[in-house]
Structures are given as structure tokens and as C-alpha cells.
Ligand binder design. Structure first.
Ligand code: PEP
Ligand code: MG
Length: 542
């Protein structure tokens, strides 16, 4: 029995086998080979495996996201058989007498650079596909496990680090826990673990030898135990049973109002989701609505820009699943740790301060208009509100509103129905937005405070940097004073004010939020009932 301690992201226990997830770094070695024909045969065999992986992914994607969205995996299969692509690989192996991994990686880089330099945006986006298929082939050649499709039991996923784009693409029904060496507790991968309701640890010195071994992940003590003995497994099963009992107790709060014990204050209690499938957890936990649908996860799940139709279907489905309850959908908040290769955002020195979120939308307006059309069309099927991230100025809000009006005009002309008086809000997650919150409050229907970013920008602490975790203090008086100012200014301007950052679920602050006058809290689905419990036990009248 070996035990390692790291930092816990979510307090829960999991027992199962380890799946060692290895991503393929594009740094393959240029190794010489003697028998080039044998190397070519090795490549051909890897291609057969990669194509069968793509077949499986395609079938799964058709079921989950429909044929249109799954089409990209068919395109990947075709690309793997492209004559020019294959000729280049064969030529490099034969002429340079080098290993197949190197030939594939070099061909992938060359072809990706060629596509990226083209004028046409569609062709530019193909650069990401070429990189993707080349990485898949290299992974197979190296015998690395990146494909969870073949697993027949849920696993504890152990990885060096996980990008949000990788996490969202994983089959959630196969995941018992995440354990990584790198990553920060404020990253979107951590947020996803909380949404998925699974234990997660970071800062664990992972080892490849753990592959396939039994383990216990204890989110309470922040430990992973490899090859646990029977006594420990039995002890942990008890903890799991106690967790289940607590969960059942909280279930009694379903259908109850989120109101303080003295009846002085009631709030709306909503759930944060990352995709259509999360509405099940929101409903199961009795969320009164969706306070944050991170729409960018739709983009991260795709290999190319999701079409208006694909987005429309997703937003409509969420609205319909929630059956008339409020559904706040945030427009694309890509950038920083959330990267989709086909956006070609490029390297930035300060990505958190960079080209992201609303800045992309106001620059590449076609992307924005497509999303707004999909959102407005879906608004005819439920109670949708639209929220805009990373706002820093009044001018941005005015420009957004004028684009929204012009998209509405377009739909009217086409005779397409939508909710005319659709509610709009802004996220308050920059100090600039805090300082101008009085003016912003007059322009929109609501504010939702993104405390994850507001803490990052107020304290000048990169939320992605695990070394700074101990300095990242969302209880800092500057953050709490900003929050009071946002609530007061929002109310002055006639806007209601909620919190959708992770701080909303912090039970130590529930009383403070209520006393400050917060109107809404939006939290990961599993925190809905604990927050309701806390509110119902709180007395705010002095
Ligand atoms: C936030 O910043 O608090 C927020 C809710 O948005 P995200 O975590 O997706 O940046
Ligand atoms: Mg944010």
C-alpha cells in the first residue's frame, strides 16, 4: 500500500482501477531505422488502429451530438488516407531512414503550417484537424493510452495535467476520479470535476507504474492510495456510505424554498452547467434554474466551429429540459486555459489578459452573430437569458446591444420567432466592471459576479498557477468589498445581482452574501442542496 498526498478539489471518495492517461507531446525523437519497409508496415498497422478508434468515436458522437457534429471524425478518417499526407510520411521514412513517429509529426507540422497560412478561414481551421490526426497516429505508434473508448469499467484517471478541452471530451460515465500532477484548483478542469461530482486531486507525483492498479482516492484527506489493503478499502466504503446518507438527508430539501430561517430573505438558487447532459444533475439536485451555462464547452467539444443549428439544438434542449425555469447562457468565453485549436488564437505572453471571451466576439463578429442567432432562436422554446463575459466598458455593452438588435432584426425579417424581451446580463469579473457597475446596472437586467476571475484580476494572481494557490484568496477584503459595491450599484441601476463563480458555493460566506443583499447564487449542481440547507439555517435579522 503506497499513499501520496496532494490538494483536494472535491471532497468525495472513489475506489477503482487506474487509467494512466498520456497525452502526446509533439516532441518525438528523430530516430534512425535500418529496415525502412518494416517501419512502413508499422505505420500502416498504426493507421488501421487509429481509423478504428475514429470509427468508434464517430459512432459515439452521432449518438451524443448528432450526425452533423460527428461528421468531423469521418473527415479525420478521410484525411488519414489522403494521398499527399501518406506520400509525405512514406517519403520521410524512406529517404531519411527515420522512425514513423518522426515522419508523422514532421508531416503533421508541415501540413498544419500550410493550412494555417491560407486565406480562407475554413481551410485555416483544417490545420487543427491535421495536428489532431497526426497526434492520434503518433499516440498509437508510441503505444500511449489516450483513448478511453475501449474501457469497459469506470476508472480513476491519472494524468500529468488535463486541459479543459480534453476533460470535456471524456466519457463521463467512465470516470470515478481525476488525479493530476499539475493544474490549479481554480482551473476549469477543477470546475468540471466539481460539476461532475467526482473526487479530484492535484499536485500528486504520478507514476506510470500505477497503470491498471487498484487505488482509493480520498478527497477528504487529499490522498491517493495505491494497492489499498482490505481494511482500508472497508473503511473508505464506510465513508462512502456516510456520504450517501448525508446526500439522502439533503434530498429532503427538494421542493423547499431557499429562504433564511427568519424568513427575512429568499434567494434564487441556480446551477452551473457545461453542457446539455448536465441539466440532469441540475434537475436531480432541484436547481431552480441554470445560472451559468458555459457555452464555450460546446466549442471545446467540437473539432470545428459549431454551426448555428448545432448550437440552436443544444440551447433549445437545455431550455426544454429545464421546463420553463430560467436558463442563463453565457456567450463564448474562450481563451486563457480554454483553447480550441481551430480558433488559432496563437501564443500570448499574458493569455489571462489577452484575446479572449467578449474580445474575440467583438472582433470576429461572425462567430458572435452565429451564436446570438442560435440563442435567440432557442429563446422561443424556454426561459433563456443571455449573459456576456469579461466586460470592461460601457462601450462594449452598447456595442453588444446594438449587435443583438441587428441580429433580432435579421430574424424578424426571416420570420423566425424569438423572445422579444429576452433578459440580458453581464458578468462582473474585472475591477473595471466593478468601478463602473453603477452605469452598467442601468444598461442590463442583471449582473452575475464571476468571482473566479474577479479574484484573479483584483489580486493580480494567475488562477492557473498552482504555485500561487496559497495567495489566491477569494475571501480577501478587497474581493468582498467589491462584491458589496457590485450589489449596491446593480440595485441602484435596477439590475438584480447574483454570483456564479465558485465562491457562490462557499458555505462560510453564505450568511455574508445574504446580508449583503445578494439575489441569486449559481453553483455546481452538487452544491445546490448544501447551499439551500445553509440558507435555511441562517438568521440575518439582528
Ligand atoms: C468566473 O470567472 O467566476 C466564472 C464564473 O467564469 P469562468 O470560471 O468560466 O471564467
Ligand atoms: Mg470568468
Amino acid at each position: 500500500m503506497e499513499r501520496y498526498t496532494g490538494k483536494s478539489i472535491f471532497k468525495k471518495v472513489a475506489i477503482g482501477r487506474i487509467f494512466f492517461y498520456e497525452k502526446v507531446e509533439y516532441t518525438v525523437k528523430r530516430e534512425k531505422v535500418e529496415d525502412v519497409e518494416a517501419e512502413i508496415k508499422r505505420f500502416d498497422a498504426a493507421k488501421v488502429v487509429a481509423i478504428s478508434q475514429l470509427d468508434r468515436i464517430y459512432q459515439k458522437a452521432v449518438k451524443e451530438v448528432g450526425e452533423d457534429n460527428a461528421e468531423v471524425f469521418e473527415v479525420h478518417k478521410m484525411m488519414m488516407d489522403d494521398e499527399d499526407y501518406l506520400d509525405s510520411i512514406y517519403n520521410i521514412i524512406r529517404e531519411e531512414k527515420v522512425c514513423a513517429e518522426y515522419a508523422v509529426a514532421t508531416t503533421g507540422d508541415n501540413f498544419a503550417a500550410m493550412f494555417a497560412s491560407m486565406d480562407d478561414a475554413y481551410m485555416q481551421a483544417r490545420a487543427a484537424d491535421i495536428k489532431d490526426i497526426s497526434e492520434r497516429l503518433v499516440a498509437v505508434l508510441m503505444g500511449r493510452d489516450t483513448d478511453m473508448g475501449a474501457l469497459d469499467e469506470p476508472v480513476i484517471l491519472v494524468a500529468d495535467d488535463l486541459a479543459p478541452s480534453e476533460t470535456v471530451q471524456m466519457d463521463k460515465s467512465k470516470l470515478l476520479a481525476f488525479v493530476t500532477e499539475h493544474g490549479s484548483s481554480n482551473s476549469h478542469t477543477a470546475i468540471l470535476a466539481r460539476t461532475m461530482n467526482i473526487p479530484a486531486l492535484i499536485g500528486i507525483p504520478i507514476q506510470k507504474e500505477w497503470k491498471g492498479r487498484m487505488a482509493v482516492v480520498d478527497g477528504y484527506s487529499g490522498t491517493i492510495t495505491i494497492d489499498p489493503d482490505e481494511a482500508y478499502v472497508a473503511e473508505m466504503r464506510k465513508t462512502m456510505e456516510e456520504d450517501e446518507k448525508k446526500r439522502l438527508m439533503l434530498e429532503q430539501l427538494k421542493g423547499k424554498e431557499t429562504v433564511t430561517a427568519d424568513g427575512k430573505k429568499s434567494i434564487h438558487l441556480y446551477a452551473n452547467i457545461g453542457g446539455v447532459e448536465d441539466t440532469a444533475a441540475a434537475l436531480a439536485n432541484d436547481a431552480e434554474g441554470i445560472g451559468l451555462f458555459r457555452s464555450e464547452f460546446l466549442y471545446l467539444q467540437s473539432e470545428d466551429f459549431p454551426t448555428e443549428e448545432v448550437q440552436f439544438q443544444a440551447y433549445k434542449q437545455v431550455a426544454q429540459n429545464m421546463g420553463g425555469k430560467k436558463v442563463i447562457i453565457r456567450t463564448l468565453d474562450l481563451g486563457a486555459d480554454k483553447q480550441a485549436a481551430y480558433f488559432n488564437l496563437g501564443q500570448e505572453d499574458n493569455p489571462a489578459l489577452g484575446y479572449r471571451a467578449i474580445r474575440i466576439c467583438l472582433t470576429q463578429q461572425e462567430i458572435f452573430r452565429t451564436q446570438l442567432r442560435a440563442l435567440l432562436r432557442a429563446s422561443a422554446f424556454g426561459n433563456i437569458s443571455i449573459m456576456f463575459p469579461m466586460i470592461i466598458s460601457l462601450e462594449e455593452v452598447k456595442e453588444i446591444k446594438s449587435i443583438l438588435e441587428s441580429v433580432k432584426d435579421e430574424l424578424r425579417e426571416e420570420g423566425i420567432s424569438f423572445k422579444e424581451d429576452i433578459e440580458i446580463g453581464v458578468m462582473i469579473e474585472t475591477p473595471a466592471a466593478v468601478f463602473i457597475s453603477e452605469e452598467l446596472g442601468k444598461e442590463v437586467d442583471f449582473f452575475s459576479v464571476g468571482t473566479n476571475d474577479l479574484t484573479q484580476y483584483t489580486l493580480a494572481i494567475d488562477r492557473q498557477n498552482p504555485k500561487l494557490d496559497k495567495f489566491y484568496n477569494p475571501h480577501h477584503p478587497a474581493v468582498l468589498r467589491a462584491l458589496q459595491m457590485i450589489i449596491d450599484n446593480g440595485h441602484k441601476g435596477g439590475a438584480w445581482v447574483g454570483i456564479c463563480g465558485e465562491l457562490g458555493a462557499d458555505l462560510e460566506l453564505t450568511e455574508t452574501f445574504l446580508k449583503m443583499g445578494i439575489d441569486e447564487l449559481s453553483v455546481s449542481p452538487t452544491f445546490v442542496l448544501p447551499v439551500r440547507d445553509k440558507v435555511r439555517k441562517t438568521v440575518i435579522s439582528e
